[in-house]
Design a binder for this molecule. Structure first.
Ligand SMILES: Cc1ncc(C[n+]2csc(CCOP(=O)(O)OP(=O)(O)O)c2C)c(N)n1
Ligand code: SF4
Ligand SMILES: [Mg+2]
Length: 294
């Protein structure tokens, strides 16, 4: 078994300059900083429109020390495929080609190019940070917005449909590595990104990423909110390696223990304030049923 990274042996090398355009308390800032530490300097990023492009800065200012190709929304998986081909032609096979996109850019608009890249077995890492809406353009609902959430396009009763399970869709492509992670558990995220760099072929990591303005909570509670999603069993940390599923970190720890009620998570965020009791009950039942299978 690999040794887990701790705060004592986490690399001090940084690839994000201090100070960037993300909101205070942004979960993506944590995910990006930690993810780049794990990827290291031999990395090319491929990024579609999203809060990440804002965080990275507008030319001639940049917050990232690594090369990045900004691409169209729908093309991320295809563009990463092209960058890998270019690296191969240049005989730079040690370079990590990393597509890094939001949940809207991944599960909705970019899913065909991502699916194609997975099916072809392209040698790329794809990281999706899931802040559960189209945040950059003002909090519109996406496929991965949970049911009942208030957004600017679901302003009164909240989103009617349930959250799309994107990591399961990608896992159905039978690629070698699929993992989930959370901004609230950065060392678990670090180890998963690091592991992804040691595997070839398509690798996919889906990261639950709290967003204070979009989820309507005080920026000081980003970690608390992220941890509650895991401790209630709503968002699970896991890996699927060569088809074998295993819970990791804080989710593995929950096995056989009493989870917090999902209502505790919902009560921390204004986006859930119109959630009716029936939906809360249904979600609790769904979470209990899922955990009964673990
Ligand atoms: C084809 C196209 N449609 C719409 C937009 C406008 N747009 C830019 S960023 C964005 C939201 C992206 O949402 P997501 O991928 O979830 O990332 P987030 O902003 O939440 O970080 C949208 C709709 C665009 N740039 N291109
Ligand atoms: S809107 Fe949310 S995801 Fe975007 S920069 Fe602000 S906190 Fe981060
Ligand atoms: Mg988003």
């Amino acid at each position: 078994m690999e040794k887990a990274t701790t705060i004592l042996n986490l690399t001090e090398e940084e690839f994000v300059h201090p100070g960037n355009r993300a909101c205070s308390g942004c979960g993506l800032s944590i995910v990006y900083r930690i993810g780049l530490k794990a990827l290291g300097k031999d990395t090319v990023l491929v990024v579609p429109p999203s809060c990440l492009t804002v965080l990275q800065g507008l030319y001639p200012v940049a917050s990232t020390k690594l090369p990045c190709v900004n691409v169209t929304f729908a093309s991320t998986g295809a563009a990463a495929t092209g960058v890998r081909a270019a690296m191969r032609a240049l005989k730079k096979n040690n370079v990590n080609v990393v597509a890094w996109a939001g949940d809207g850019g991944t599960g909705d608009i970019g899913i065909q190019a991502l699916s194609g890249a997975c099916e072809r077995g392209e040698d790329i890492i794809y990281i999706c940070y899931d802040n559960e809406a189209y945040m950059n353009t003002g909090v519109q609902r996406s496929g991965t917005t949970p049911q009942g959430v208030l957004t600017t396009t679901t302003p009164i009763h909240g989103k009617l449909q349930e959250k799309k399970d994107v990591p399961s869709i990608i896992a159905a492509h039978k690629i070698g590595y699929v993992a989930t992670a959370s901004a609230a558990y950065p060392l678990d995220l670090y180890d998963k990104v690091k592991k992804a760099t040691t595997i070839s072929g398509p690798r996919y990591i889906h990261v639950h990423t709290p967003c204070p303005p979009g989820w309507n909570f005080d920026p000081r509670y980003t970690i608390k909110v992220g941890k509650l999603a895991v401790k209630t069993g709503l968002f699970d940390l896991y890996e699927i390696e060569n088809g074998v599923f295993k819970l990791t970190g804080a989710s593995h720890y929950l096995l056989g223990k009493t989870r917090l009620p999902v209502s505790e998570y919902f009560s921390t965020q204004g986006r859930f304030k119109s959630l009716d009791a029936e939906i809360v009950k249904k979600v609790q039942q769904q979470v209990d049923a899922k955990w009964a299978t673990y």
